[in-house]
Design a binder for this molecule. Sequence first.
Ligand code: UN1
Length: 512
Amino acid sequence: TTDIQSILNKLGINADNAAFSTGSHWGGTANVKTLESFSPVNGKRIASARVATSVDYEAVVLQAQAAFTEWRNVPAPKRGEIVRQFGDALRENKSDLGALVSYEMGKSLQEGLGEVQEMIDICDFAVGLSRQLYGLTMHSERPNHRMYEQWHPLGIVGIISAFNFPVAVWSWNAALALVCGNVCIWKPSEKTPLTAIACQHIIAKVFKKNAVTEGVCSLILGDKEVGELMTNDGRVPLVSATGSTRMGKAVAAAVGARLGKSLLELGGNNAIIISEHADLDMSLIGAVFGAVGTAGQRCTSTRRLIIHESVYDTFTAKLVNAYGQLRIGDPLDQNNHVGPLIDTDAVAAYLDSIEKCKAEGGRFVVEGGVLSGEAYQSGCYVKPCIAEVKNEFKIVQHETFAPILYLIKYKTLDEAIALQNGVPQGLSSAIMTLNLREAEQFLSASGSDCGIANVNIGTSGAEIGGAFGGEKETGGGRESGSDAWKAYMRRQTNTVNYSNTLPLAQGIKFDL
Ligand code: UN1
């Protein structure tokens, strides 16, 4: 059994924690609201943190602004060296931080460790990037002129993250933002403040050892109001937000109204097409992990299976059988496949979606329900369920953050692709097929409309090296790999004249 108290001690979590940190300094106004963190694993209160006030927020922003004037002048590879050490510190803390993620958020220990691994991986990626951040050079139309572009940091990057990936999503943003020369202010989900505090302690230690100026990475705890201070603040040129489409629309509107930049990674409604040419055993693993992993609380979770009519009955039988084998319980016990939902509000939303699905005519082939008994006393454990539906059901068009899987039958690939694309969201998608023509059609311009499209892999569990994000109501942002770093920088086009005259572009004559 995991000794949570000793993990909390090792990670620097107190019974009552401060409202903000600018690095080594922790502070906050006294006698304010608190955030209580309860574990969905057993319903126990773990610890609390104070909610930051607007006065606290102001202190954090001023410190961040001051830090930026220094950090932007540190050579990028030197910034990369700090991020490299942060990656090493994460390696040292992997088992403790992974366990705390599992305990505070409720995902399986394997997935908690996997999340910390994503942090380590993005640090490695960012270290390499710190010697790149390439700009292009162009040929000037004028003699003895040089034209090129440079990428400069933006300033303060605000990071709003969700409970479901309480630490990795921050690190995707922070690792890139830092090597690019930005400073960060992180507002984590109010449902998972403790994992964020642990991360702040880990990075602050690395900063201290390297005498990095105070304010390069700050943490500010609170609810929606703290996020609003950031989204409305012209001193924060980029807000990167991960969460629901509803939250993303509010962030985009506030940031857009001041012509700031936002990077949005919002809801998904991800489907796997199971073709008549699929390897059904492989498809089963992809579909079941995608639907029940993290208890269906990934933005990439598989919500819909679009199954060819010729394999529909066989595959459904395999699914029902597999769901019968699932072990639901304490996520820190490695024998279990499925842990709890984040809280009882999420359980209520799950039950509500099941009701709505039934009301619209959905037929459950695996029934849902809330588990009760001693092992499930937090009230957050639910049964993964499966329903046969029509794609146009209102509830099927909606992202419910819970392990509810919808089955839809198809005849032709064109129809399957139209169904896959026929939702407001556009994050992740997959096809299971051994047929090259089908696979390529699915990946073509007339195929999946999502930011992520996989062949013979499920919808969840993307590697950090690719650009991560999606289209439509998913928000259009790209985080993590490829050239996602460009969102954290401003491009400057430079033209230098080293001739003895001043020729004008476009051949314009202007003689004095
Ligand atoms: C999220 O759910 O917000 O692709 C992120 C995946 C993970 C990240 C999910 N690497 O499932």
